[in-house]
Ligand binder design. Structure first.
Ligand code: UDP
Ligand code: MG
Length: 331
């Protein structure tokens, strides 16, 4: 069995929809009713077969009850997956992507910060021939404390993936089936889906989307959780931090060498300095530099091994409402 798969009871597949909308939900009891209403309104008008996949990321409030009630009312279009506990927003989106059957898949936040009414715009862009369409948040309605780390992410991700986007953090995005299939083949546990998608999409574009303040509840990201996400990003998509240590090591060693050379020349012309103390320093620097470099080299290998062993299950499913697939965790 594949390590990321979780076997579920077999369920009868429903006919394939054209559009799948994947939404991670973590303690959003006050937003779900309105979210459902607005989504069904917008998607219903678009006149294409669609499905909505709500992934409850181990909510501790009434979210799952509300989701189950929504599923009761709209069993043909609304499917739901419940995690055993909180595995994180991206794990929830991974589960949704694995369950999605549409030719076009849209991801969205549950807190109504991304207006569901923008979905047809994204789908239209995909139909123009793009593989992935991101939204960038016009007049972003978040505090500067929340926006600052996002800037850092955009900068790093643009460099690392080679796809400069202005808003990597915006989860209102659309992907073509092929891109979703590629994402589903990735096993890493901690990842960042918009960046992952850009590794596989050939044509990527961005369109401005509206952004509202959170409708109800509070942001599920505190500074610590954000830091962890950013670190996932950096280590998950590049070995940049450890490269930096390596370069630093080489620089220190070179500086030590230069210093030694300087002392040698100085000795020829001026005579020896105090008891050879500085010569010792120069030698020390060379070795400290080489040590640091060696450490970075080992780090590089450990990093690679770490990448390989990250095949732990990303999430564990407790229950699924609405059929269509056998193994939501499977690639
Ligand atoms: N979310 C989740 N699991 C988590 C944290 C968040 O599924 O551990 C969901 C959350 O319910 C929302 C989306 O991810 O639908 C974005 O979260 P939030 O609005 O708190 O983040 P922010 O808008 O502050 O970036
Ligand atoms: Mg939000």
């Amino acid at each position: 069995m594949n390590p990321t798969s979780v076997v579920l009871p077999a369920v009868k597949p429903a006919p394939s929809p054209y559009l799948s909308v994947v939404i991670p939900v973590f303690n959003e009891e006050d937003n779900l009713e309105e979210l459902g209403r607005r989504l069904l309104g917008t998607l219903g008008q678009a006149g294409r077969p669609f499905e909505i996949i709500l992934v409850d990321d181990g909510s501790t409030d009434r979210s799952w009850e509300i989701i189950a009630a929504l599923h009761e009312r709209h069993p043909e279009v609304l499917r739901a997956i419940q995690f055993h506990r909180n595995f994180g927003q991206h794990a929830a989106v991974f589960a949704g992507l694995a369950a999605a059957r549409g030719q076009v898949v849209v991801t969205l936040d549950a807190d109504l910060q991304n207006p569901p009414e923008e979905i047809p715009k994204l789908v239209a862009k995909i139909e123009e021939g793009y593989d992935a369409v991101g939204g960038w948040r016009e007049n972003r309605q978040d505090s500067w404390l929340r926006r600052l780390p996002s800037r850092l992410v955009n900068f790093i991700m643009s460099r690392v993936t080679g796809v400069p986007l202005r808003d990597y953090g915006c989860m209102l995005r659309a992907y073509r089936r092929e891109v979703v299939d590629s994402i589903n083949l990735c096993h890493e546990t901690s990842s960042f889906i918009p960046a992952l998608a850009n590794l596989y999409a050939r044509r990527v574009t961005e369109i401005p989307v509206a952004h509202a303040p959170r409708a109800a509840g509070v942001s599920k990201y505190n500074l610590f959780k954000l830091l962890r996400l950013n670190f996932d990003l950096m280590t998950g998509f590049s070995n940049f931090p450890i490269h930096l240590v390596g370069v630093l090591g080489i620089l220190i060693a070179l500086m030590g060498l230069g210093f030694g050379l300087f002392l040698f020349i100085r000795r020829l012309f001026v005579g020896p300095e105090v008891e050879g103390v500085f010569t010792l320093f120069a030698i020390l620097f060379v070795f400290v530099g080489l040590n640091t470099f060696g450490l970075a080299l080992i780090g590089e290998y450990v990093g690679r091994i770490y990448r390989e062993v990250r095949a732990r299950p990303r999430y564990v499913v407790r229950q699924v409402l609405g059929g269509g697939q056998d193994q939501p965790g499977a690639p």
